[in-house]
Design a binder for this molecule. Structure first.
Ligand SMILES: NC(=O)c1ccc[n+]([C@@H]2O[C@H](COP(=O)([O-])OP(=O)(O)OC[C@H]3O[C@@H](n4cnc5c(N)ncnc54)[C@H](O)[C@@H]3O)[C@@H](O)[C@H]2O)c1
Length: 354
């Protein structure tokens, strides 16, 4: 018997919410599914039934652009009305960074079975905690779209680290360049990847923000369109398991080096977070003659956002935990806020906010 697809409602109708699939470069045929609507269009067991945004023009654009795939989708300017009317199974939240919390809390209370929330989880720990509490109270899985967590290369590398390829992981260097090397808005992806590999709680941090942002003590959530609303930063994180991570972002450097180096006593693994392979450099007894080889992941049919939705549905049906729950995204927010706290205290080592 064919199951009725899960009913999905989306709040936030900008590009990340509703952009059409992007054409691939030749010779590939598969389009790139870089929005929530595009990811859902790919999945037979989910259907986008409603979209909400404060801006009516964006809803008109959505209807025009997706008429072929989601002809019956309803549109709303009030997400509470959408929650009340649509009997949603899944709520997708793709609003501005500081406007995730109320929608997630109300969504969990409305009876949805799963929530996909954009990154960063929130801009304050108070918001993050009320989102996590509201979902836990109803046993609603909430996954955060730190998209690299559904990149097979990261999993291949973490499996190798866990298997001891470079010995116990002790240091992580994360590089983040280009004009959009903003701490909260995009740095959240890189710092989340650091947490993915560190597999521990962040304990302490210090940081120095981009020059000119000395008094900057709060991210307002509006970093998306204007890089000047969100500085880059250089900082260090100490994790409870002893791993040290250094993060350097700079809008004045190229993005060619964007990525992470994982280091242990037997060597290191270098990976580009957008890439499809990683470089392993190991000593084999002689540090002067390192051995270099490439690690290739298994290529799964679903990656990034389509994999994120497929996984959320799997957790809704079978229980368990996904790879990017809100509790993991909260660690990244602790680090981002720890960097701000350190900046306010002259760059000294601080406990990350709890
Ligand atoms: N995972 C990724 O790779 C990725 C890429 C881009 C953006 N994002 C994230 O997606 C989110 C949206 O990004 P953006 O640049 O489009 O943000 P944005 O500030 O432009 O807001 C998106 C939309 O949300 C709508 N909105 C805000 N509050 C609302 C409410 N209460 N009810 C209904 N609609 C509301 C706004 O009208 C706007 O059209 C952000 O959290 C951003 O960080 C993630």
């Amino acid at each position: 018997m064919v199951k009725t697809p899960y009913r999905v409602g989306l709040v936030g109708a900008t590009g990340i919410g509703v952009r059409r699939p992007e054409p691939p470069p030749p010779p590939f045929k598969d389009e790139l599914m870089t929005s929530h609507a595009a990811a859902l269009a790919l999945l037979p067991n989910a259907e986008l039934v409603a979209v909400c945004d404060l801006v009516p023009g964006l809803l008109e654009d959505f209807k025009a652009v997706w008429a072929d795939e989601f002809p019956g989708a309803a549109t709303y300017t009030d997400y509470r009305e959408m929650l009340a009317r649509e009997r949603l199974d899944i709520l997708a939240v793709a609003t501005s960074d500081h406007r995730h919390a109320d929608i997630v809390v109300d969504g969990a209370a409305s009876g949805v079975k799963g929530i996909m929330c954009e990154k960063p989880l929130a801009t304050t720990l108070e918001d993050a905690d009320r989102m996590i509490r509201a979902c836990a109270a109803r046993a609603v899985p909430i996954h955060v779209n730190h998209t690299r967590r559904w990149n097979p290369t990261l999993h291949k590398v973490r499996d190798e680290v866990r298997a001891g390829l470079i010995g116990p992981l002790s240091a992580i260097f994360a590089y983040h360049g280009g004009p959009r090397a903003m701490l909260f808005r995009n740095g959240t992806h890189i710092i989340d990847a650091v947490c993915f590999f560190a597999e521990s709680e962040p304990a302490q941090a210090f940081a120095r923000l981009q020059d000119g942002y000395e008094g900057w003590d709060r991210y307002k959530g509006d970093g998306g369109k204007l890089p000047e609303n969100d500085p880059s930063a250089t900082g260090m994180v100490l994790f409870r398991n002893g791993i040290r991570a250094v993060y350097n972002s700079s809008k004045e450097t190229s993005s060619v080096s964007n990525g992470i180096h994982l280091m242990g006593p037997a060597g290191e693994i270098r990976l580009n977070l957008e890439g499809h392979s990683a470089l392993v450099v190991t000593e084999h007894g002689d540090p002067a003659e390192p051995v270099t080889r490439t690690l290739y992941p298994v290529q799964y049919q679903l990656q990034a956002l389509p994999a994120a939705y497929a996984e959320l549905i799997g957790v809704m049906e079978n229980g368990g935990e996904g790879v990017s729950p809100a509790t993991e995204a909260r660690k990244t927010l602790q680090i981002l806020l720890g960097f701000l706290k350190s900046q306010q205290e002259g760059g000294r080592l601080v406990d990350v906010p709890g």
